[in-house]
Design a protein around this ligand. Structure first.
Ligand code: NAP
Length: 275
């Protein structure tokens, strides 16, 4: 892995887990590119972390494919090799919302955007790069026809499907990316205090607030997955708390993983530039 200042791209850096991870990585000397929507929170974070000119922001709206492509061009102009990409951004919405590309917002932000981003960063990650996708052990069936149909929208099911898609994406990526010497991990942080599920029903919000913990432990795990030599020779694993765990069976069907990959590649018009 990288020298003293590994180059790490983090999405969702204004969020609970993303910002804790960025903070820890900055303290450990990483050079960070924070891919986020512009906000005061982002400016404040960069100002706080950028003590040695190694932390900068790149504007991205992951729900827009044009924006993802533009962000990748900017990343490629700023850095050569990327040691790790941390896919931490996600959204939950209780109502159907459509993106400019005419996809449902959670599908676009949580799966299709990160799928496109990761693939377009292929050549920068090549040669021992790592992709860490933060998700949950969701066993919700991933049915692209359902996910692309407004009539079949159900908020929690759609969200759960995008989290299962993160797992299936990681396992297929791990196989495909071997050719480029790139590793792929999925990571489950457990229940962490954040505003991610702020649009769920009040009892669910209250319960999860009581049961959740600070994002600091998750940040340590993600930072280790991104930089520790201990993970340099593994790929395709699902972690929780620094330990490998078994993914839900529903996400392990290799044919379903391949088919999700092909369908996603079509939807984002990836062409032949990806893994
Ligand atoms: N918290 C938990 O208990 C938990 C449990 C299991 C898995 N996870 C996973 O952990 C990851 C981080 O979750 P979190 O709890 O830290 O969530 P969070 O605090 O709500 O952060 C979400 C991040 O995603 C960004 N984001 C949302 N929509 C975006 C878009 N269109 N373009 C770019 N960025 C966008 C947000 O940026 P803005 O500031 O621009 O909104 C924010 O930085 C997610 O993948 C989540 O599914 C969390």
């Amino acid at each position: 892995m990288a020298g003293l200042h590994p180059v790490i791209v983090v999405t969702g850096a204004t969020g609970a887990i993303g910002s804790a991870t960025a903070e820890l990585l900055a303290r450990r000397g990483a050079s960070l590119l924070l891919l986020s929507r512009p906000s005061e929170r982002l400016d404040t974070l960069i100002e706080r972390l950028d003590r040695d000119n190694r932390v900068s922001g790149v504007e991205v709206d992951l729900s827009s494919f044009v924006s993802v492509r533009a962000a990748v061009r900017q990343v490629s102009r700023s850095v050569g090799h990327i040691d790790a990409l941390v896919n931490a951004a996600a959204v939950f919405t209780s109502e159907y919302q459509q993106t400019p590309d005419a996809f449902e917002l959670m599908l676009a932000t949580n799966h299709l955007g990160p799928f496109l981003l990761t693939n377009l960063l292929r050549d920068s990650l090549a040669g021992a790069g790592r992709v860490i996708t933060i998700t949950a052990p969701s066993s919700t069936r991933v049915d692209m026809d359902q996910l692309t149909s407004k009539d079949q929208f159900r908020a929690l099911r759609t969200f759960g499907a995008t989290k299962a898609a993160n797992l299936m994406f990681t396992f297929e990526l791990a196989r495909r990316a071997k050719r480029w010497d790139v590793r792929a991990f999925a990571y489950h942080p457990g229940l962490v205090r954040s505003d991610l599920m702020r649009e769920t029903a009040r009892p669910i919000r209250l319960l999860s607030r009581i049961a959740s913990r600070s994002p600091d432990r998750a940040a340590e795990d993600v930072a280790d997955l991104a930089t520790s030599p201990a993970f340099g020779s593994t790929t395709g694993w699902f972690f929780k708390g620094g330990r490998r765990i078994d993914p839900p069976k529903a996400t392990l069907d290799i044919e379903a993983q391949r088919s999700l990959w092909r369908r996603s590649a079509d939807l984002v018009e990836l062409g032949d530039s990806g893994f």
